[in-house]
Design a protein around this ligand. Structure first.
Ligand code: PEP
Ligand code: MG
Length: 647
């Protein structure tokens, strides 16, 4: 048996998404794996039990692994748990949503005052109410003569429910938030410990429906008693899965949101992700629920589809169910039941204004923005995987300004091969051609470790063996990537970006390795192309050396995330120094200006690919300094294009 104890670094702890991914990784090993935290143990292969451990960021956890592949399993799972970005989840954008309180509440019976709830998804909605109050299931215990037959009935019901879930996943297509949520439901339905408990109860004499209901209700209540809002919100998954399995067992169909009339506001006690996945999202004008939180799946889905939503509204079920029309302000977390004429007019004005804004932004999809002074700026996407391509194209990305290749290497048991990488880079380049795609070589270490590379403990990992420093010492890992990049360059629009440059010798070494790779590819008869080579400007050293570096490369890309933390000496992950970690700090802005000046003098182009690229308060500053490419997450693209054309 192997064992390791360490601090969990997954940002926000092991809530639904990282827990699901962690369980998936655990299940890829044959070993028995137990994780212990806060004095409680659970199988690492049970998402339900794992989430109920309530593992938080910085908690100490112990992994115990027994089996043939124990060393690999221990290494992969501990790497996962020590990676802050292991399960990044779309966090609510609405500020202070989780603690929206009765402070804003107005009198309940006046349609002109808002009733307070949680601001779960921004936007204004108004329409006829569609009351969704599925009846409470009443299960009469049945006598069971053949426990094994009853277990097989239970298993059939689970498989029917998971098939139905999967069908809805197909319907959701590439909408990745919805897919991840449906995956989480499937995981709960197939959870081995959930099934074991139910089957044990059936063997103890209960019928399948009663056993499912009692085990499911108990687990739901356990989730709802957790401190962590993310994990508490997973009670809704448990309740939803339990209900679907019980309905399948008693042969009843559920009431469904599939019949929502177009333009209605759904009012409910609670809507689960499963209920919403079956609705036609385009028909829904708004969602108001008495339960739920900003971290509920229903909130994430509403945000993904741009449906205004207020959850946790302090209104009685009778009042909601009896309403004829409902209005809501999803950003303020306010609900208006049967609003009076003045409130209706206000809501309708807001809806019209928002629709016009949305339409205006949609128009930017095909726009190649030019400032009033005639400067063309490329607005590109930051991507980490091919799955994100459709959303980037939909948003109107003019290519990719940063493809973070480390995500290909993270959360895997083995390193990706040269062929696998060549295929990914080629498909990426083809998807955006003729726009350029800037592919960054592996930038791991710091906050992004990977399986397959032993990272020794470092007291200051952000000042340590990361990015190009690690790659130059590991040609066995680096050269397959360089060869893959050379091969993908045949498409014609690939540009290669080197991270964490602090010295000109690093660029020379990369060029030498590329030359070595070409010398290997030629005799093999493997085709390869040419590309522009650029460096990330994210260390103060690179800023001070910008004039020299500009002579060595074809372009610069400013990584404001790291540049800010290194210029300000303020860790980008430490909230205690967040007030110093500001890209708009004069010290950072001067570093950016100095870099731009050096690029201009050497006549090379310069882009920005850190988070600050999407900041509209900085758009003008970047353009004035000569930046011609801004790269950001896809959702920010239309607004940035608009800001450029208005500059
Ligand atoms: C940056 O540092 O600004 C950057 C874009 O790189 P990363 O966030 O991946 O470190
Ligand atoms: Mg960086």
């Amino acid at each position: 048996m192997m064992e390791r104890t360490f601090a969990v670094r997954v940002r926000d702890g092991l809530h639904a998404r990282p827990a699901t991914q962690f369980v998936k990784l655990a299940k890829s090993f044959a070993s028995e794996i137990t994780i212990t935290c806060n004095g409680q143990a659970a199988s690492a292969k049970s998402a339900v039990k794992l989430m109920l451990l309530g593992i938080k960021e910085d908690d100490e956890a112990t992994l115990r692994v027994e089996g043939e592949d124990a060393p690999d399993a221990l290494s992969a799972l501990s790497t996962f748990l020590q990676n802050p970005a292991a399960g990044d989840i779309a966090l609510p954008k609405t500020g202070g949503a989780a603690n929206a309180s009765a402070a804003k509440a107005g009198p309940e019976d006046d349609g002109s005052h808002g009733i307070a709830g949680i601001a779960a998804s921004e936007g204004t909605g108004y329409g006829p109410s569609f009351a969704f109050f599925p009846p409470v299931l009443k299960i009469e215990p049945q006598a069971v003569s053949d426990a094994e037959a009853e277990i097989s009935r239970y298993r059939d019901a689970v498989s029917g429910v998971t098939t139905a879930f999967a069908r809805n996943k197909e319907r959701a297509g590439t909408e990745s938030d919805t897919n991840a949520i449906i995956d989480a439901l499937i995981d709960v339905a197939q959870d081995t410990e959930f099934a074991d408990e139910i089957e044990a109860a059936i063997r103890g004499g209960q019928d399948a429906a009663s056993a499912t209901m009692s085990v499911g209700t108990r687990l739901t209540e356990s989730f709802e008693a957790m401190d962590d809002p993310y994990i508490r919100a997973r009670g809704e998954d448990m309740r939803s899965v339990t209900r679907q399995i019980v309905l399948a067992l008693i042969g009843q169909a559920d009431v469904s949101l599939a019949d929502v009339e177009s333009g209605s506001v759904i009012v409910a006690d609670e809507i689960t992700a499963w209920d919403l996945a079956r609705a036609n999202m385009a028909d829904i004008a708004g969602i108001v629920c008495r339960k739920g939180a900003a971290t509920s799946h229903v909130a994430i889905m509403a945000r993904a589809h741009g449906i205004p939503a207020v959850l946790g509204a302090s209104i009685s079920a009778e009042r909601l169910a009896g309403s004829k029309t409902v209005g809501l302000d999803g950003a303020a977390g306010q609900v208006f039941i049967d609003p009076d004429a003045a409130t209706r007019a206000r809501l309708n004005d807001a809806i019209a204004r928002e629709a016009a804004e949305k339409k205006a932004l949609e128009a930017y999809r095909t726009v190649e923005p030019v400032t009033s002074a005639g400067i063309r700026v490329e607005v590109a996407a930051n991507l980490g995987s091919l799955a994100e391509i459709p959303a980037a194209l939909e948003a109107g990305a003019m290519g990719v300004g940063l493809f973070r290749t480390e995500f290909l290497f993270m959360e895997r048991k083995t390193l990706p091969t040269e062929d696998e990488q060549a295929e990914v880079y080629t498909r990426l380049a083809e998807a955006f051609a003729p726009y350029p795609v800037v592919i960054r070589t592996l930038d791991i270490g710091g906050d992004k470790p990977i399986t397959g590379v032993d990272f020794e403990h470092e007291d200051n990992p952000f000042l340590g063996w990361r990015g190009i420093r690690m790659c130059l010492e590991r040609p066995d890992i680096f050269k397959p990537q360089l060869r893959a990049l050379l091969r993908a360059s045949v498409v014609g629009n690939v540009k290669v970006l080197i991270p964490m440059i602090a010295d000109g010798s690093e660029v020379r070494e990369v060029r030498r390795l590329f030359e070595e790779c070409r010398d290997e590819l030629r005799p093999e008869g493997t085709a390869f192309g040419t590309f522009e080579l650029g460096v990330m400007i994210e260390t103060p050293a690179a800023v001070f050396l910008a004039a020299e570096l500009a002579q060595q490369v074809d372009f610069f890309s400013i990584g404001t995330n790291d540049l800010t933390q290194y210029v300000m000496a303020a860790d980008r992950l430490n909230p205690k120094v967040a007030s110093l970690n500001r890209a708009e700090h004069p010290a950072v802005l001067r570093a950016i200006s100095a870099t731009c000046k050096a690029a201009k003098a050497a006549n090379i182009w310069i882009g920005v690919c850190g988070e600050a690229a999407a900041r509209q308060d900085l758009t003008g500053f970047f353009i004035e300094n000569g930046v011609t490419e801004l790269s950001m997450s896809s959702t920010s693209i239309p607004r940035t294009k608009q800001a450029i054309t208005r500059f």
